[in-house]
Ligand binder design. Sequence first.
Ligand SMILES: *[C@@H]1O[C@H](CO)[C@@H](O)[C@H](O)[C@H]1NC(C)=O
Ligand SMILES: *[C@@H]1O[C@H](CO)[C@@H](O)[C@H](O)[C@H]1NC(C)=O
Ligand SMILES: *[C@@H]1O[C@H](CO)[C@@H](O)[C@H](O)[C@H]1NC(C)=O
Ligand SMILES: *[C@@H]1O[C@H](CO)[C@@H](O)[C@H](O)[C@H]1NC(C)=O
Ligand SMILES: *[C@@H]1O[C@H](CO)[C@@H](O)[C@H](O)[C@H]1NC(C)=O
Length: 946
Amino acid sequence: MMMLMESLNGGRGGYGGGRPSYMRNLTVAVIVIMCWRLFLASKALGPFRMASMVDSDATTNSYGNIQNSNAAALLGTAGLGGSVSGATANRFRGDPVRIYVETRRFGKKGSSQSDGSLPVNAPPSLKEEPLYQKCHKWAVVTTIYNPSDSVKLVGNDLNDWCMVVVADTKTPDDYMQEAGWSTGEGGEDTTRKVQFLSVSAQNEISKMIPFVKLMPFQSFARKNIGYLYAIWMGATAIFDFDDDNLVRGENNKTTKGGGILGTELLADFTNETKSLVMVRHVSIAMDFNDRAFNPLHMMGATIADAWPRGMPLSLINSKSARGQRGPLVLKEVQQSNVAIIQSVCDHDPDVDAIFRLNHQQPFSFESSKAKAMTLEVPSQLYSPYNAQATLHFHIAFWGLYLPMTVNGRVSDIWRSYIVQRLLRELDTQAHVLYSPPIVESPSRNAHDNLGDLAAEQHLYLRTEALLEVLDNWQPITDKGGTDSLQARIEDLWIHLYERQFVEVEDVQAVQDWVAALEQSGYVFPAVKDHSLVIDPSTGGVKDRQECARRRLANWEEPRPTFMNGSNFGALTFEHSSNISVARLLTEYEVDNPFPHSVDLVVRAAATKGPWELATMIESVQLYWPKCAGRVLVVLDIGDEEFAHENIPSWIDVMYSKFDFGMPGRLGTQLFNMYSDQQGRSEYVAVIDTDTTLITPVTPDLVFNMEKIDEAGNAPPYILAETTYQKGMWSKGDQWMFKGDSNDWTFMVTLPTLWPRAMFPQYRAGVEAIHNNEFETTDLWQHFRATRKAGWMSMSQFCLLGNWMVKHWTDAPFDLRNETDIPPMRYGCHLPYYRGLSFGPGGKKDPDSFQRTGRNLMLDGLCELFCHETPHQAGSPPAVGLPKWKSCAEKCPNPTKKYKDVYFKYDRKVYGTPEQRLQVEANHFEPFKRALDSVFRRAKQISTVKL
Ligand SMILES: *[C@@H]1O[C@H](CO)[C@@H](O)[C@H](O)[C@H]1NC(C)=O
Ligand SMILES: *[C@@H]1O[C@H](CO)[C@@H](O)[C@H](O)[C@H]1NC(C)=O
Ligand SMILES: *[C@@H]1O[C@H](CO)[C@@H](O)[C@H](O)[C@H]1NC(C)=O
Ligand SMILES: *[C@@H]1O[C@H](CO)[C@@H](O)[C@H](O)[C@H]1NC(C)=O
Ligand SMILES: *[C@@H]1O[C@H](CO)[C@@H](O)[C@H](O)[C@H]1NC(C)=O
């Protein structure tokens, strides 16, 4: 019975692992012969061998196993002891060693449609198949054994799923009867919605579809026929599973009680009325430079250092490859952009032989409803997924092809890496997710660990090289209109053939696979034009300029925020303005991009005080540059509705819940300590919710542009102050740094700006001082305790700033003592601004907050359009700038009332009047002059009304 549970496709046992001993002996024999051949070949030809030679050398054996073909090359270059060169072996690097000489079928020379290679006979209309249109969800399995519990369970219990079972030569003929299912003429049970594809049925299909003919018998690769069949039958979701993985369902007695059931997860992931999925987001910090991500830790594996089969060996001990510590962050993704979902497997998960040899089994994953979460693999990293319990969706069906010239325990993993690379070619986002356990593997197969080890050798020795080759691959792109995903798929497989990862049979099969998908009517997703891809965060000033141009071309006006039908923000202005300040700022950005990228990050709770967030979001729409980097709002789980209604599409939204047992303000503070983790820009601007921007944020306000160097680097202003609230925050600083603090106050002006690379250093620095992990309760319980005594003892901004002043040396910054030389403030706290009307009793009531916010934002507009800033002697005022028609009405004596908003904190006004005028002029004059030319360009904006 145990033997019967073994599977075909890269599973435990089957063709992959449990090869009979005569096979291993055969392999050894082949290896010896091949070594000798390589030795001769290398003498005769050097390392470069032409394709034709390799083909004739290839001993592709019909078992599709390790074998093949280039056992010689494997041993010669991977150094499994077969190297002729002596004790030190060379690592396999995936260097090009041969050329693909056949004609490309999807490349520049034209698409498959025109090369005449498609069969003349179209396949029979599958619409006449009894199961056509019975369901859109297809489970695919291949087997050589009698029906397993797993297969029976899918056929009997998953009502809205169809299943195709692909037989191989050894599969029992009475498979369907064994399972208790009836058989129609075509081998189907229409009640169970199961299709059994017998060998003879497959032979029939192969007459019409060349791809099918290429699939070797007695190989896991026959599963490819099942995928093709499901696609042909109009599948929208394909469950690629293994016949010893049981779906965790209510009816199954082995399923331990509690937790999310696999059946629930399957229903949820394939729910077609759902458009958004909430997934856990993995933060990519600066120090996360590994190519691959190991998801098992974040999936709650009960063995902390577990890794999945296929994880590059060099990373199995890497803590950073298991994701960061820090707060839980989630994001919503479009269901239609989900490409693949890999289920983890309880009890006997899919791990490699090295893991099995030195770890206790079994182990399981988090499945409790409260904690189990679907996790997104970061799109710039790779995580292995297998063919044992994986869901594939329409945008990624082309990626189902399992290569046949690598071992069965290698095939599905390499498929996953190749597909993840190709997903980056799509024009749309495409997500690879890890899901809580849909399946469990209750049977404990006796593993032949050494057999598995041998079968997995390419995984161990070539995966690093594969990932590097994949990352470095640049697809052919043909502007002639024939560039397509099909062409890029073909190109990548040829690239891998030329580097000896796969053999030419896989290239041919992929070509026929792609042709068969085209024939089935499958519509390949559109590909990205790489020349058009820009990234304001990592791409430099040119990308930020181009970003601004594109924003103008697809202009999106700021919009007021609403809740419960009434405006909660400040942007109504009660006025309809014909001038778009936001647009003007974006025009300005084209010529005046930020010298360094800056992400703006806010952690907020929308439902607790929506007026605060609403006002802030409006001011960001109005005054924050659109292409400085990324704008990211992190809300509470539960704030989704607010976000959908009020946050414009160019602002990214994520969700979090306050973990570490610290709700509210302390949770926010802790979160801000991880502000580096959500984006990629050089700087992170951190802002509080009860804050508003008060003037267009131009580079001169954020960076000291007078100190810009030839390379375009300008130091950021780090604004601090020494008298305001003196002593108030020092307790926290003293405690955190064990007395080593400056007692400067850093949050008098918001947003605060920090180098992204400083955050990990800061966290590591605090850990060193306390000899404790940063987020352990030890550190933070202190603040919980002090919170009871009065939360004022801690400010994340003061902690970061005081640490920065002492320890940050990687890049220059311009520390400004505001008391001394006032910089112009572009954002400030609203409720603390007691100089303005603050409602009865100074309470945070929405009305007074809105009024305050509006006044400040309006003041920014008045300053911009109505107020003649004093000029330096001899510098002409901006002449062409039109005035608001109703300046006198809307901005009566505009700068008198709020005049010192840019220089004021609480009641104290910083700097001398002369200094302040100078600083104001430095900001407004160039901006106004630039706007002047914008106005001249855009003649249509001739009158400006408020
Ligand atoms: C559940 O799994 C067990 C163990 O593999 C099996 O014996 C049983 O038949 C399964 N139950 C159902 C309803 O398929
Ligand atoms: C599918 O999703 C919709 C919208 O979220 C939900 O109302 C419905 O209950 C879900 N259906 C199932 C079967 O889960
Ligand atoms: C919106 O309306 C709901 C239901 O009447 C109420 O519970 C909620 O507090 C309102 N939200 C705000 C921000 O007023
Ligand atoms: C200015 O705004 C008003 C009111 O929104 C509108 O009726 C008018 O057409 C606008 N004028 C121009 C030139 O866009
Ligand atoms: C900041 O400037 C004020 C005013 O000149 C001065 O009193 C104070 O000592 C300065 N602070 C520091 C830390 O230099």
